[in-house]
Design a protein around this ligand. Structure first.
Ligand SMILES: [Zn+2]
Length: 411
């Protein structure tokens, strides 16, 4: 099988941390890289062209949302998700497992990273409230849009993701929470492994059947929650999987990650993964989490937070996140961030954004999202530059020290 997908390491940071380049049929991704989320083939409120100008190298769309609307066959007919949304660069689609199981199953705080003080009832909805039910073969779920019934299996997820046509896809997995019991986590890792085998088989079949389309890489997703033995076994198992010559092209680090142990967990997983394949940390963008992820071996990241928080008026600055609707910004005739080179910061003031949010003008969402996405993209670009230039530790201490206003633990 021809593969126009590969990973080249360009610098070593630590035991597992590195900089590199992911080669895809739609271009290269210099890593570490942040991948903004275009949930429904759109980064809400921002032109795809603008995302390119902000330095986004790739965009990630959600298989679950595009399956429900407009339907994967429409995206396929359009020429794939990149062409559909006029984004010429590399694209990712997630497997849909997270959305099916979080929105569907009614997990209230599925990715709660700090579970101190949370009871299991806070996290996992009672059976009758759930919109999704999982079994060893797949998941039945009810559409949040119109109440229609659906069933997804490993094969369904692969068929949908092939139709969506992204450069990087993820195997269908069960995303658990930190509140699930240890026996449940063990059973879930086994289930995800069994689905991984089926995903590889179906991926191979579809790649052959859809001959002539650009090669789509498939990443296996490592689950296992906060347990070292489960995470290591899951990673090793997926790394070694070979179904009739088809292996995973890279790996997703998924599931609930306990914030206090995020770096350690990423390290366990990357210890077991091959050095010559890329690793994507799913759903992470908080600055300290990104640094811990990078130095423990993650190459790419995605997260909805920069755009979602932007739409809620929470803006990023070198000295931390602040709310622009705060009264003190009413007459703040200065940029959100003096050091930022984004369109918002070079043309508008905090006072103007304060007004737009108060007046509920749509432009508020656009300008806030532009700045927040640029802030995280530039942070990760600077992390990559610091690895290549050999001054990662100084950059990390300086960035995190200013952002959180205190010396960083664990340096
Ligand atoms: Zn800015």
């Amino acid at each position: 099988m021809t593969s126009s997908f590969s990973f080249t390491k360009t610098a070593q940071l630590s035991k597992n941390g590195r900089a590199g380049v992911i080669h895809t049929p739609h271009g290269d991704i210099q890593t570490p890289a942040f991948t903004p989320v275009a949930t429904q083939a759109s980064v809400k409120g921002v032109l795809p062209e603008t995302m390119g100008e902000l330095g986004a190298q790739a965009l990630l769309a959600n298989a679950y949302h595009l399956y429900l609307q407009p339907g994967p066959e429409i995206v396929d007919e359009a020429g794939g998700v990149g062409k559909f949304m006029n984004w010429p660069g590399p694209t990712f689609t997630d497997s849909g497992g997270f959305q099916v199981l979080s929105q569907g199953a009614g997990f209230k705080k599925v990715l709660a990273m700090d579970v101190t003080g949370l009871e299991s009832d806070d996290v996992i909805a009672a059976g009758k409230q759930r919109l999704a039910h999982i079994d060893d073969d797949g998941v039945n779920f009810t559409s949040y849009l119109n109440g229609s019934k659906h069933r997804w299996t490993a094969e369904t997820s692969m068929q949908i993701q092939h139709q969506l046509g992204a450069d990087i896809m993820f195997a269908f997995d069960e995303c658990t929470t930190l509140m699930n019991t240890r026996p449940y986590q063990e059973a879930s890792v086994e289930r995800t492994h069994a689905w991984a085998i089926r995903c590889l088989r179906e991926h191979k079949r579809l790649t052959e059947e859809r001959d002539g389309k650009p090669y789509q890489a498939l990443f296996g997703v490592v689950q296992g929650a906060q347990y070292e033995d489960l995470r290591r076994a899951a990673a090793k198992g997926l790394a070694e999987l070979d179904v009739d010559g088809q292996m995973f092209d890279g790996f997703g680090l998924g599931g609930a990650l306990e914030k206090q142990k995020l770096g350690e967990i990423v390290g366990w997983i990357c210890d077991e993964l091959p050095d010559d394949k890329p690793r994507h940390l799913l759903g992470i963008s908080e600055p300290d989490d990104v640094f811990w992820g990078v130095e423990n071996g993650a190459d790419t990241f995605d997260c909805v937070k920069p755009s979602r928080e932007g739409r809620n008026a929470a803006l990023y600055s070198p000295t931390g996140r602040f709310n622009v609707t705060n009264a003190k910004n009413r007459r703040a005739f200065e940029p959100i961030d003096e050091t930022c080179d984004c369109y918002t910061c070079t043309h508008y003031t905090k006072a103007y954004l304060h007004h737009l949010f108060k007046a509920k003008e749509l432009l508020a969402y656009t300008l806030a999202t532009i700045h927040n996405e640029r802030f995280i993209l530039r942070m990760v670009d600077n992390i990559r530059a610091s690895i290549l230039e050999g001054n990662y530790q100084e950059f990390k201490e300086d960035f995190l020290g200013r952002y959180y206003g205190k010396p960083v633990e664990g340096i």
